[in-house]
Structures are given as C-alpha cells and as structure tokens.
Design a protein around this ligand. Structure first.
Ligand code: ATP
Length: 188
C-alpha cells in the first residue's frame, strides 16, 4: 500500500490542500492520503489561530466523501511540538509493510534541511515536494520527487485576513467548512 502523509496547520483547511493532495494521489498512485493536523508547528511560533478541536472538525467536514482521504490525529494526540520525524517514526511502526510518501508544499520545503533530524526523514519516507504558485521549487538533496500540481493560489493566511476584513472566502473552502467557520465565528 502506498500512503501519502500530508501535515500542516490546516488553520483552516482550504481547497488548495484538497486539490493538491488529490493531484498527488493520482500522480503517485497513492492508495490513501493521511491528513495530519499539527498540535504545534515548530516554525509557526507555537500558536495557531483556531483551536485543535476546530481545526480537526473542519478537516473532518472537508475530507468526508473522499474514500482516499483519511484524518490522522497522531500529532494532536501526542501534543507538544509536532516534529515530522516523530510522526514518521510512529507511522512507520503502524504501517511497517507500506510505502510512505511525505507531501510538502514548496514553501514549507524551503527550510526542510533545518527540520529536526532532517537527514533521517528520507530513511522513513519518500520526500515529495509539491509546486506552489509564487514559490520556486527548492533545490533540496533530501527530496525524492518534485511534483507539479495544479496552481491554486489559496492560503490559510489570506483566508484569515479576508475574514478579518469582512470579505468573502466562499469557494476557497468547502461549503461545509464555510458554514462551520461562520457558525463558530472563527478568525473574526
Ligand atoms: P498558512 O497560510 O497559515 O501558512 P497554508 O495555506 O500554507 O497556511 P498549511 O496548513 O500550513 O496551509 O499547509 C499544509 C501543507 O499544504 C504545506 O506543506 C503547504 O505548503 C501545503 N499547501 C497549502 N496550500 C497550498 C497550495 N495552494 N498549493 C500547494 N501546496 C499548498
């Protein structure tokens, strides 16, 4: 079985995440993509904008209906700083006979070499970098695949900013996620 691992803040999950994960699953013939929301991102100074409970609830809504997409709560359950190396070790133990593919957007991959135990990451998973509009593909020796995915210029930062300014974010997130964040007044 070929398993994609897609980590992030998902603060909130948006259509960019869904589209590139699906494109990657097609290109690499992945049997599943596991979305792993971080408890605390090492590079984001700790704090997320929405609680883990809200971020997980929005992911549940967004992933529903795609049999290939799976929500993986290992980082949320582990708490503390979410290091990718710990997640890969844990997933490798859980799926010893499967092939793991770590999916990283080009922006996040820029500082890959400074991630904890970076040199060990490729021993546990194939390292896959996905193109992202406005970000050149980083030249990283640890990377096993560079994948050109459809360019979709949507980011969680821009979504939070739009909400803060009272602008529409319709179609940048799924309808269910949109309704959820309106109902819970997130990012206002
Ligand atoms: P923020 O704007 O808050 O930094 P984000 O939109 O980059 O958030 P994350 O949850 O940090 O979202 O991203 C999770 C992963 O998805 C990262 O590897 C990121 O590079 C990738 N990613 C997010 N949006 C896109 C996109 N539009 N195209 C390609 N990759 C993306």
């Amino acid at each position: 079985v070929r398993i994609g691992i897609f980590g992030g803040s998902f603060d909130p999950v948006h259509v960019g995440h869904l589209l590139v994960a699906e494109a990657c699953a097609e290109t690499l013939s992945l049997d599943e993509v596991r979305f792993v929301p971080a408890w605390e991102q090492p590079f984001k100074g700790g704090r997320h904008h929405a609680s883990a409970t809200h971020r997980v609830a929005m992911l549940e809504l967004a992933l529903r209906g795609n049999p290939r997409f799976v929500l993986d709560l290992c980082e949320v359950e582990r708490q503390g700083v979410s290091y990718t190396i710990d997640t890969l070790v844990c997933l490798q133990k859980r799926f010893p006979d499967d092939q793991l593919f770590l999916l990283i957007g080009a922006d996040a991959a820029r500082d890959l070499s400074s991630w904890r135990d970076a040199a060990r990451l490729p021993t546990l998973a194939n390292i896959v970098v996905l193109s992202r509009p406005g970000v050149p593909l980083p030249q990283q020796p640890l990377v096993t695949h560079n994948i050109e995915v459809p360019a979709i210029d949507v980011s969680a930062t821009a979504i939070r900013q739009a909400i803060g300014e009272g602008r529409s974010i319709r179609y940048q997130v799924t309808t269910e996620v949109h309704d959820y964040l309106v109902a819970h007044r997130l990012y206002t």
